[in-house]
Design a protein around this ligand. Structure first.
Ligand code: 3PG
Length: 206
């Protein structure tokens, strides 16, 4: 995953009600060069969407996001999630993932939270909600103190500020839903999703 993030440091969020739509969205993102996908647990069908993507064997690295409890963490792992992302830092989720040697990115946005994650032995966390929590300047300040911590800013990231985040050495990737435009998906315009992925990748490579 670390190697793939170096090539394409962008993690698109997939939120879907229908496994078929979720799978088509993932394939559209892959066509645009993005292969690490976070399926968020924000719909009743999210678990089925996650499982359908895993079973389709697309070659994508598929993780689960918005994981709020250790029970959900266990279930997403049963369904094939390869990494876990949470909006906040929950001790039990972190311990569970560590016991399974599973990559986990708890959400943090204060020095206390980063320090707590650091003392769990974590060296990569989600910075959330990135824009409202102070954006790149806040991340720069946190990175100057926690020098070996790596961050995945998410929340308010878009093509217009992606470069600002990615230019910070501590940022391993940016996550976000801007790549999976609900309007485009509702209209079945998967080419638009591919175009958004390509645009983001071009910014990352530039
Ligand atoms: C998340 O779950 O990481 C955020 O909801 C993503 O925020 P965004 O929709 O602004 O990208």
């Amino acid at each position: 995953m670390a190697d793939q993030l170096k090539e394409a440091p962008i993690v698109p969020l997939v939120q879907a009600d229908d496994p078929d739509v979720a799978l088509k969205t993932v394939q559209a993102l892959q066509a645009g060069g993005l292969n690490i996908i976070e399926v968020v647990l924000r719909t009743d069908a999210a678990m089925e969407c996650l499982e359908a993507i895993v079973k389709a064997d697309t070659g994508a690295v598929v993780g689960a996001g918005t994981v709020l409890s250790p029970e959900q963490a266990e279930e997403v792992v049963r369904r094939g999630a390869e990494f876990i992302v949470s909006p906040g830092l929950n001790d039990d989720i972190v311990r569970y993932c560590q016991s399974k040697k599973l990559e986990v990115f708890p959400g943090v946005n204060t020095p206390t939270e980063v320090q707590r994650a650091w003392n769990f032995g974590l060296r990569a966390v989600k910075f959330f909600p990135a824009g409202l929590a102070g954006g790149a300047p806040m991340l720069k300040a946190l990175s100057s103190v926690f020098r070996d911590m790596r961050f995945m800013p998410t929340g308010g990231v878009s093509a217009s500020n992606l470069n600002e985040y990615l230019s910070l050495p501590s940022v391993i990737a940016c996550g976000g839903s801007w790549l999976t435009s609900q309007k485009a998906i509702d209209e079945g315009d998967y080419a638009a999703v591919t175009a958004l992925a390509k645009e983001a990748l071009a910014i990352a490579k530039g």
